[in-house]
Design a protein around this ligand. Structure first.
Ligand SMILES: NC(=O)CC[C@H](N)C(=O)O
Length: 330
């Protein structure tokens, strides 16, 4: 029987982490090569014809736009050349949700792409990496994972990449989708989908970045009580193309930062109001009059994901009305 061909693209993270003791103290993430990760998963060769490639080997706190561009390019190439039916990406958990959303918007093929990682290093007691990798391969081998953007498979839950958020710093159930819940479950080599995201992804977005080696520069400024405008002023001086505000409540800004945002907009910088609150959406014309101030809103994207959509949006248009539509669509 022909098994589905699954390519594992390794980027680093705790799943490739190594340490001298059985706990998590003083381990190094992104230390082990892809072949060691595959060798640690018994039975993986019964569900798919596996091959592996090392894209990077970093803790995902060191994930970069350059690695995202490289990953996107390689994924599109693999599907174009029919080198694999599905792809699994191993990745640190710190920025896994950002990579998942970025690739959901930029990969041009509907084949399954599943991202996973672990909370315990490969050398740790009861390491969760092999089980998460096994489950991710099961999802990537499933027809049902077609065209769903990048799926994040972790601790037997599966999430739409757009919706996944790291909500625990150390627990094994590190991810959840606070606005929508998971889209399914994976266990005992089986996958069950019970939800589907209606947000557009893959080739249903205009974000074809083939051939680009740079993206617009978008920064995030998170606010708090009595926050000065230092961060926004610094971003204006470093000539960013866009600023996402991790605003208060429904994306609110205090007076000092409202004045700084007016300055940024006068310089042609696109400013998007998001929120530091973990659930709910930022709505137009609540306490802030966006039409008057010149801002757009993130809908329900976190500041770090709104930054990704604004970065990609700015590759297509600088028109604020169009950019705002993107936030309601993708
Ligand atoms: N559990 C993890 O993967 C966190 C380790 C590391 N900081 C990373 O994100 O790669």
């Amino acid at each position: 029987q022909d098994l589905p061909k699954i390519k594992i693209l390794a980027t680093g993270g705790t799943i490739a982490g190594s340490g001298a003791s059985a706990d998590r103290s003083a381990y190094t993430s992104g230390a082990l090569p892809i072949k060691d990760l595959i060798a640690a998963v018994p039975g993986i060769d019964k569900i798919a014809d596996i091959s592996g490639e090392q894209i990077s080997n970093v803790g995902s706190q060191d994930m970069t736009v350059d690695i995202w561009i490289k990953l996107n390019k390689r994924i599109n190439e693999i599907f174009k050349n029919q080198e694999a039916d599905g792809i699994v990406i191993t990745h640190g958990t710190d920025t896994q949700e950002e990579t998942a959303y970025f690739l959901s918007l930029t990969v041009r093929y509907d084949n399954p792409v599943v991202i996973t990682g672990s909370m315990r290093p490969a050398t740790g007691i009861s390491a969760d990496g092999p089980k998460n990798l096994y489950d991710a391969v099961v999802v990537a081998a499933s027809e049902k994972a077609q065209g769903a953007g990048v799926i994040l498979a972790f601790n037997e839950n599966i999430f739409a990449g757009r919706e996944a958020v790291k909500t625990s710093t150390t627990h094994l159930n590190a991810f959840s989708a606070p606005n929508t819940g998971p889209i399914g479950q994976v266990y005992d080599g089986k996958v069950v989908f019970h939800e589907k995201t209606l947000r557009k992804s893959n080739k249903n977005t205009p974000f074809d970045i083939t051939g680009k080696d740079k993206l617009p520069n978008v920064a995030v400024a998170t606010l708090y009580a009595d926050a000065p405008a230092t961060a926004i002023d610094a971003y204006i001086n470093s000539n960013v193309n866009g600023i996402v505000i991790g605003g208060l409540g429904n994306g609110n800004l205090n007076k000092a930062n409202t004045a700084a945002v007016e300055k940024a907009i006068a310089k042609g910088i696109i400013v998007c109001r998001a929120s530091r609150v973990p659930t709910g959406r930022v709505t137009l014309l609540d306490e802030t009059d966006d039409a008057k101030l010149g801002t757009i809103v993130s809908d329900d994207l976190s500041p770090q994901k709104a930054r990704i959509l604004l970065m990609l949006g700015l590759t297509v248009t600088k028109d604020k009305k169009k950019l705002q539509e993107f936030f309601f669509e993708y």
